[in-house]
Write a protein that binds this ligand. Structure first.
Ligand SMILES: Cc1cc2nc3c(=O)[nH]c(=O)nc-3n(C[C@H](O)[C@H](O)[C@H](O)COP(=O)(O)OP(=O)(O)OC[C@H]3O[C@@H](n4cnc5c(N)ncnc54)[C@H](O)[C@@H]3O)c2cc1C
Length: 417
């Protein structure tokens, strides 16, 4: 089995951006996963990106590879703010980025990752095995979908999670209940309504928080009061977008508070007119239980304290994600336990390394450590150069750093920061 220095698991924006940096620096690496797989397979055609166009670029090791550069090259319309980038354009941009900056991407799944001595061993879906000194996990939101308990026992033909869409043609002419009050719920409801399904959104919030349409050309005073940032307008957004390294230095309790109380459920400005007055929304509504009756799913809900029944052909839980590394079935149990805190989140140091030396986590699963920007492509701006610098630095430091103490500890822990 040949030994690679670094293997990146996942070929979405995070894995690709890091691979581009490693390729530029001449670091021996391999990248595994379906190129832009999550965006190509699990997002509904016709979807518009929630992030502004200027904040949707994957970070590159050299200039010329932003969404703006791509749109200019292809003669597509581009505005940094207030444009609503189509999913299809973003996917094509991602594939173009990969073609130009990333080496060969192997479209295989990792079925098992384990630590053997001072190496990681990977079993792949095509039957091969690989070994690496360092592994970077860049799997996006995979495995982290949260479904309310009331819906968990429903058979898959009656209930699904918003993480899986995907083409929505199957829903034409059907009654679809959507549980949730955020971008996924509202976005799906608009698309479903437009293709001729009857969508009914059930949300516990008493109203929808709509984002204001951003526009350029603001005067200087307005821009000082509320600067435009990767995560949205305002100084808080600017801090969280540009300084994930400082977020990492905050006390863990403060980080947790920020994660829980910023960027709650909301809808993008471009969804407002496609939803309001067109899609049925029940506010202050929670689902208590669900059952199948006459080939329909019947939800027992509580709206403003009053019980009611909602009947549909299918229910979609657009109820978000919760990072839990133990959900990654390909991780050996000892690795999963070693890298996870009690809640299942990876405990990362300032260069995204887990408690197991040589094992890194980037992307949405690192948000607990580096802030909400890691849930967006914009976070590649910090993650990729930081991890690449660390990997290059430790390579330069020579083999002394890689001679891990395998004899007295089964799982070499990283040293201090
Ligand atoms: C509906 C929806 C809309 C979103 N809209 C936006 C938006 O507008 N702007 C934004 O910035 N973010 C958005 N996001 C968040 C977005 O998912 C992340 O910003 C981004 O995709 C994270 O990139 P990633 O590289 O970490 O993971 P992903 O893009 O999810 O890529 C994961 C990669 O891992 C691969 N993979 C999975 N399992 C395995 C395995 N076992 N072995 C090997 N490879 C594997 C996949 O094939 C894929 O290549 C949205 C998310 C959702 C669900």
């Amino acid at each position: 089995m040949s030994l690679t220095d670094t293997i990146i698991i996942g070929a979405g924006p995070y894995g690709s951006s890091l691979a581009a940096h490693l390729k530029a620096a001449g670091v021996d690496h391999q990248i595994l996963g379906e190129p832009m797989g999550a965006w190509r397979n699990y997002m509904p055609p016709g979807m518009l990106l929630r992030s502004e166009a200027f904040a949707s670029s994957m970070h590159a090791p050299r200039s010329g590879f932003t969404v703006e550069d791509y749109c200019r090259l292809k003669g597509l319309p581009y505005r940094p703010l207030g444009m609503a980038l189509p999913l299809e354009t973003f996917v094509e941009y991602g594939l173009w980025f990969q073609k130009n900056l990333v080496g060969e991407i192997q479209p295989v799944d990792v079925l098992a990752l384990r630590r053997v001595g001072d190496q990681f061993q990977l079993s792949l879906s095509d039957g091969r095995s690989l070994a690496a000194r360092r592994v970077v996990i860049a799997l996006g939101l995979k495995g982290f979908a949260q479904t309310p308990t009331a819906l968990q026992e429903l058979p898959p033909q009656y209930a699904s999670h918003s993480e899986l869409y995907g083409n929505l043609e199957w829903a034409r002419g059907k009654d679809i209940a959507i549980v949730g009050g955020g971008q996924s719920a509202l976005g799906l409801s608009a698309l479903l309504n437009e293709l001729g399904a009857r969508a009914h959104v059930l949300m516990r919030e008493s109203s929808v928080v709509w984002h204001e349409r951003p526009h350029g050309g603001r005067n200087i005073l307005s821009r000082i009061k509320g600067p435009d940032a990767g995560l949205g307008r305002g100084w808080r957004s600017l801090f969280l977008s540009e300084f994930p390294g400082v977020f990492h230095m905050l006390d863990p309790r403060r980080r947790k508070l920020i994660m829980e109380h910023t960027y709650g459920a909301s809808g993008a400005w471009w969804l407002h007119d496609r939803v309001v007055g067109k899609v049925q929304i029940s506010h202050r509504t929670v689902v208590r239980s669900a059952a199948i009756e006459n080939d329909r799913v019947v939800l027992n809900v509580l709206t403003d304290g009053k019980e009611a029944r909602v009947s549909a052909d299918h229910v979609i839980a657009a109820t978000g994600f919760k990072t839990d590394m133990r959900q990654h079935a390909f991780l050996s149990k000892d690795l999963a336990d070693a890298i996870s805190n009690q809640g299942g989140m990876p405990d990362l140091n300032s260069h995204y390394e887990t408690r197991v030396r040589g094992l890194y986590v980037i992307g949405p699963a690192s948000a607990h450590s580096f802030g909400p920007v890691m849930r967006f492509v914009y976070g590649t701006k910090h993650a990729s150069p930081t991890v690449a610098r660390h990997l290059i630095g430790s390579l330069k430091a020579g083999s002394r750093q890689r001679a891990w103490p395998v004899t007295h500890a089964p799982m070499p822990e990283r040293s201090g920061e």
